[in-house]
Write a protein that binds this ligand. Structure first.
Ligand code: CO
Length: 169
C-alpha cells in the first residue's frame, strides 16, 4: 500500500511535473492511488501526497455507494487545468495529509477542468458542489498548496498550533 505523507513533510510543498507516459505503469499507479484513498476513507488523493510529483489526482465523492453501483464514479484527472470559476462556496474540508483538521475553505462553486484520462485522451468537465471543491482541493496539491493555507491568518495560526501539538512536532 502506498504511504500517505503527512504535514509538515516538505515533499507536499513541491510543484509536480506533467505526466508524459500513458502506459501500463501509469494505470497501475492510478489503481494504487485509488486503493490508498479508499483505505483511508478519503474522497480524493493527489500524487504528491504519496511522494510522487506527478500532475494527477483521483477523486470519488460517492464512497458510501456499493462497489458496482451505477452512480458510483471514480475520476482520474491527469495534467488538469482549471478555468472559468464561478460563484462562491465554503464547505468543511479535510485532508489525508493533514490529520485531524476539518475547516471550511472558501472556494469557487463551479469550475471547468480540462484534463487527460489514463489513455492520454483530452477531456473536459464542468463541476459543481462537492466535486468542484474536491477538484480545487486536489489541484492545489499539485502546486504544493494545502487547504490550511487558504484559511484566514488567525485560523491558520490556530490550526498550525493544533497540528504541532497533535503531531508532536
Ligand atoms: Co488534501
Amino acid at each position: 500500500m502506498l504511504e500517505i505523507l503527512k504535514y509538515p513533510n516538505t515533499r507536499l510543498r513541491e510543484i509536480s511535473k506533467p505526466v508524459e507516459a500513458f502506459d501500463s505503469d501509469l494505470h497501475e499507479y492510478l489503481d494504487e492511488l485509488a486503493k490508498a484513498m479508499y483505505s483511508q476513507n478519503g474522497i480524493g488523493l493527489a500524487a504528491p501526497q504519496v511522494g510522487t510529483l506527478n500532475r494527477l489526482f483521483v477523486i470519488d465523492v460517492t464512497p458510501q455507494l456499493e462497489e458496482g453501483d451505477p452512480n458510483r464514479k471514480r475520476y482520474e484527472f491527469i495534467n488538469p487545468v482549471l478555468s472559468d470559476g464561478a460563484g462562491k462556496t465554503a464547505i468543511e474540508e479535510a485532508c489525508l495529509s493533514v490529520p485531524g483538521i476539518v475547516e471550511k475553505v472558501s472556494r469557487k462553486e463551479e469550475i471547468s477542468i480540462q484534463y487527460q484520462d489514463r489513455n492520454g485522451k483530452q477531456r473536459q468537465l464542468r463541476a459543481s458542489g462537492i466535486l468542484s471543491v474536491a477538484i480545487q482541493h486536489e489541484n492545489d496539491h499539485l502546486d504544493g498548496i494545502l487547504f490550511i493555507d487558504r484559511l484566514s491568518p488567525l485560523k491558520r495560526k490556530l490550526v498550525k498550533r493544533r497540528l504541532k501539538r497533535d503531531l508532536q512536532l
